[in-house]
Design a protein around this ligand. Structure first.
Ligand SMILES: *[C@@H]1O[C@H](CO)[C@@H](O)[C@H](O)[C@H]1NC(C)=O
Ligand SMILES: *[C@@H]1O[C@H](CO)[C@@H](O)[C@H](O)[C@H]1NC(C)=O
Length: 212
């Protein structure tokens, strides 16, 4: 059976006027898109495209979670944080600090994942990147890889670069991530929460800086 790779980010669009005054109401909403999906090898009932994943034949294919950490996995924490921070440094963004409360919220959310190939964001009000089918470092690198689609001369939000822009978002300072493992087909499910959230409309130029 082939393996599936999926990425998903929560688009947090905060319409802020510049110099947002305290007490001004900020309207925010989140939507979710599958932005990249590919099969490594084709399977009988699974078709993917760049934006949509669909299953043609029978019902939903669901796996059991095989690993559900009950505490933060120290090796996971170190790896996910280090990969983030080395990529952020390339884009003149300071290192994120690990936030246990974000990690624990991410873990609670991940623990509810039912390993069915569908990705949906949480209702948490952070920036959020999701991945399915990638190991820890590969998930972060897949998010980062969207850099090649980002136009630094036209710095704004785009659905195909939202993971990247959140990852290197300068004003984000805290990170908390978690994972569970589904079985063979779906592999690892990874959730990262970022605070303050990135992808704020109107603030891309100051927050997503070119490579140095
Ligand atoms: C993670 O996945 C990447 C890409 O598939 C692979 O090159 C790497 O060896 C994997 N790392 C681990 C620790 O399995
Ligand atoms: C940066 O984050 C802080 C919260 O820590 C927020 O008050 C501020 O508006 C943000 N600034 C920008 C430019 O996004």
């Amino acid at each position: 059976m082939g393996q599936l790779y999926l990425l998903l980010f929560a688009v947090i669009c905060i319409f802020a006027t510049s110099g947002l005054a305290q007490g001004v109401t900020v309207t925010s909403y989140s939507t979710v898109r599958v932005t990249q999906a590919k099969t490594v090898s084709t399977t009988t009932s699974f078709l993917t495209s760049n934006t949509i994943v669909y299953r043609t034949a029978t019902g939903t294919y669901t796996e059991k979670v095989t690993v559900k950490p009950t505490t933060v996995d120290a090796a996971f924490q170190k790896e996910v944080l280090e990969v983030h921070n080395s990529l952020r440094a390339i884009h003149q963004a300071t290192s994120l600090a690990w936030a246990p409360e974000l990690a624990s919220k991410a873990q609670s959310f991940a623990n509810d994942y039912i390993c069915n190939g569908q990705l949906e964001h949480s209702t948490l009000r952070y920036g959020e990147n999701l991945a399915l089918g990638f190991n820890t470092s590969a998930a972060v690198l897949a998010w980062y890889n969207e850099v090649k689609l980002y136009d630094f001369n036209n710095p704004t939000f785009a659905a195909d670069t939202g993971h990247f822009t959140q990852l290197v978002w300068k004003n984000s300072s805290s990170l908390g991530c978690a994972f569970v493992r589904c079985a063979q087909y779906y592999g690892q499910y990874t959730v990262c929460e970022y605070d303050p959230p990135g992808n704020v409309i109107g603030q891309f130029e100051q927050n997503v800086l070119p490579q140095q």
